[in-house]
Design a protein around this ligand. Structure first.
Ligand code: SF4
Length: 368
């Protein structure tokens, strides 16, 4: 087992910092005449970058920006309003990951509905929700399934188990999304020069799933782990790739990420879900970027089971700039509401709620 404390050692961090500074003096990098923009698209990377103060030790030729990598943040208020409507049905026990509880929609939040009497429970896994369904056969148990390729296989496993055990009072609102399609939409017209690919997603999909970032979109990229040295080594790989003039994908996280996909997780996902168009906060509707239940599992689709709730609509808060933050166009600190109207205790948008949100990380590590 690797000793992770070594990946945080000041000596190693100083050496990597020195290497980054040296690479930033290369004539290719200096010729940009502006800071190189490197985007991370994983909420855990965002949290690590702020927690370890990585931005503050990088040379001025580098700018790190956050992308649409926090699953709570990219879930729109429209789907949240539908979820709130389902949660308020008297026969429903609504289950959700804790991070979604305080996300504010126009009509309130799951936490607010819970305080008003709705039976809303925090779970750590869809399998916990399935257990609640088995224990409460007179109730409809709904799981709010958010997340990327990392969490979708577990939802798939829960649905297959429900089908096998004939637990018919279990269903899910599937808001699962897949990362490659969002990147194909976002990156070509962006100012992003390099991409820190998400280590958790790549552990499921395999690093090769992100080959297109370099081969099709022409952007240097590296799959990164989550310790400060992991992130800095990935930045070095991106800089070397840019300097070489031949953008490539580097797997800088080989201790967890293989080139090929996890066949078990991907197979489970593919058995239960099929690609569908999905709407992302900040990015709009992206073809084939969501995961819908296949026909044979349609009985577990909560929005089909509660058609009236499915008709409810919602809009994002126009005062909140989460969309710009998620496109990497706005630094959280430049949102006029940051720390004044919008705080973790009173969030105006999803990016201030989730522990993986860029605004929450900025508030916690830069303002406080
Ligand atoms: S600081 Fe608050 S209002 Fe501003 S973008 Fe972030 S979540 Fe939205």
């Amino acid at each position: 087992m690797i000793d992770l404390s070594k990946r945080r050692s000041p000596q190693l961090i100083n050496e990597l910092k020195r290497q980054i500074e040296l690479l930033c003096q290369n004539e290719v990098i200096l010729a940009y005449n502006r800071p190189l923009v490197i985007m991370e698209v994983c909420g855990t990377h965002t949290a690590s970058i702020y927690r370890y103060g990585i931005k503050s030790i990088l040379p001025k030729q580098l700018k790190l920006v956050s992308g649409p990598g926090c699953p709570v943040c990219v879930t729109t208020n429209d789907i949240l309003e539908k979820a709130l409507a389902v949660a308020c049905c008297p026969e429903v026990i609504f289950t959700s990951f804790g991070d979604m509880m305080r996300v504010p929609a126009a009509s309130g939040s799951l936490l607010q509905r819970k305080s008003e009497g709705a039976d809303i429970r925090i779970v750590y896994s869809p399998l916990d929700a399935l257990k609640i369904a088995a224990e409460n056969p007179s109730k409809q148990v709904v799981f709010f399934a958010i997340g990327f390729e990392t969490t979708a296989p577990t939802t798939a496993a829960a649905i297959e188990k429900a089908a096998e055990k004939q637990i018919k009072n279990f269903s899910v609102i599937s808001v699962h999304k897949t990362m490659p399609e969002a990147l194909k939409l976002l990156l070509p017209d962006s100012k992003v020069d390099g991409l820190l690919c998400p280590g958790h997603v790549a552990a499921v999909t395999g690093a090769a799933a992100f080959d297109f970032v370099a081969s099709e979109l022409g952007k240097a990229s590296a799959v990164a782990g989550f310790e400060p040295a992991d992130i800095m080594e990935a930045i070095i790989a991106i800089l070397q790739s840019i300097i070489s003039g031949r953008p490539v994908l580097v797997n800088s996280y080989p201790r967890f990420v293989k080139t090929e996909a996890s066949s078990y997780a991907v197979a489970a996902m593919n058995r239960v879900f099929k690609p569908c168009d999905a709407t992302w906060r900040g990015l709009g509707s992206i073809p084939a970027s969501g995961l819908a239940l296949r026909e044979e599992f349609a009985a577990f689709d909560a929005l089909k089971r509660f058609p009236e709730a499915a008709q409810v609509t919602g809009a994002d808060n126009p005062a909140c700039r989460c969309g710009s933050v998620l496109r990497g166009e706005l630094d959280p600190g430049d949102c006029p509401l940051m720390g004044k109207v919008c705080t973790p205790a009173s969030p105006a948008g999803a990016c201030m709620v989730s522990g993986e949100g860029a605004c929450a990380a900025y508030y916690k590590y830069r303002l406080k």
